[in-house]
Ligand binder design. Structure first.
Ligand code: MRU
Length: 343
């Protein structure tokens, strides 16, 4: 992704590997600060994923792939390292997909971790190419959470088609849900759109329905953390209600994700493990208490949207309806590094 820091434009990825150190943009401190965190062992990586230094399904997968390579470079037990890394967060399929993929090639862990991450970047780009077809000039697009380059090493999933639309001369406009409680929309998506010069406005999470009803939203594109066999999908808490509102208002609702986010071992959304995070994330903003200290909070990090609300799944292989996802199922884990030109 292109970023401008102190007047200097550079190209950075959300996560990369300089053996034996994994480097990642600290997604906890943007947009106030731009900081790179160095991950030196499996314990650091576990913490970095859990505390959301790195976040977003494909970026978590990339960090995890490098984590297995790093454990090997450090002479550690890589099967054990894989178990620890997988236990950092439960919902994003990419985490499990990536660890298993590199463990299956443990003899050449670094080579396969690099191939995996390169493939994720190219797949994200192709999601952009395919999704761009769905975006007309000047359209107003709603998105939730951050499914941008930060969440997907580069390009993004939901933001990739919007980036491509801008590049191809269209003038997309983005409604950015703030995305309580971690504010990935207000902090991260808005930051990426500023960097790219894409027109946008941040809205309170509960403003989307009003805008849809007033004809201010042409289409919605969101990312996903796990998509099941029937097309039900988990994404950041609040996605479900946006999808229901979109259907009610006759607005097309798209989910953008690469193969690594699909979990065909689960029949439907009821089987997706949902992470519940700390009460503090809801009760505090930047360490300042906003609720009575006596109040308890409940903080599910994801919700599940049934397939009936999804107009299409934007993938690196094209755009599919839920009834067509079988075509992706037939691609095994190995296909993640298949020659990208074969896609
Ligand atoms: O808890 P997070 O910030 O990791 O949740 C991220 C999301 O829900 C994203 O929308 C999803 O991972 C898709 S990212 C390309």
């Amino acid at each position: 992704m292109k970023i401008s820091l102190n007047g200097k434009v550079s190209n950075v990825k959300a996560v990369w590997y300089e053996e034996p150190v994994i480097k990642m943009i600290d997604q906890r401190v943007l947009p106030e600060a731009f900081r790179i965190v160095e991950i030196r062992d499996t314990k650091d990586l576990f913490e970095g994923i859990k505390n959301m230094t790195v976040r977003g399904a494909p970026s978590i997968g990339a960090a995890a792939a490098y984590g297995v390579a790093q454990a090997k470079a450090l002479g550690a037990d890589i099967e054990q390292a894989g178990k620890v890394i997988k236990s950092a967060r439960p919902t994003a399929n990419d985490l499990f997909f990536a660890v298993d993929f590199v463990l299956e090639h443990k003899e050449e862990a670094k080579k396969y971790a690099d191939l995996y991450v390169d493939s994720i970047v190219e797949r994200s780009r192709l999601i952009g190419v395919n999704g761009n077809e769905l975006i007309g000039n000047g359209k107003k697009i709603l998105t939730h959470c951050n499914a941008g380059a930060l969440a997907s090493v580069d390009y993004g999933t939901a933001l990739s088609p919007i980036r491509m639309a801008k590049e191809s001369g269209k003038k997309p406009f983005v409604w950015v849900d703030e995305t309580r409680p971690r504010l990935q929309g207000a902090r991260l998506t808005a930051w990426e759109l500023v960097q790219e010069g894409i027109e946008h406005k941040v809205i309170a999470d509960n403003a989307a329905g009003f805008l849809m009803e007033r004809g201010q939203v042409d289409l919605a594109i969101v990312g996903a953390d796990r998509i099941t066999k029937n097309g039900d999908f988990a994404n950041k808490i609040g996605t479900y209600e946006k999808a229901v509102l979109a259907k009610e208002n006759g607005i097309n609702f798209y989910v953008a994700a690469p193969l690594s986010t699909f979990d065909f071992s689960i029949e439907n959304g009821r089987g997706i493990p949902i992470e519940v995070r700390s009460e503090e994330e809801v009760k505090e903003i930047k360490g300042v208490l906003i609720s009575p200290k006596e109040s308890m909070a409940y903080n599910p990090a994801f919700d599940v949207t049934p397939n009936k609300y999804v107009t299409g799944y934007i993938t690196e292989y094209g755009v599919f309806k839920s009834s067509e996802l079988k075509m992706l199922k037939d691609k095994g884990k190995e296909s993640i590094i298949e020659q990208i030109e074969d896609i």
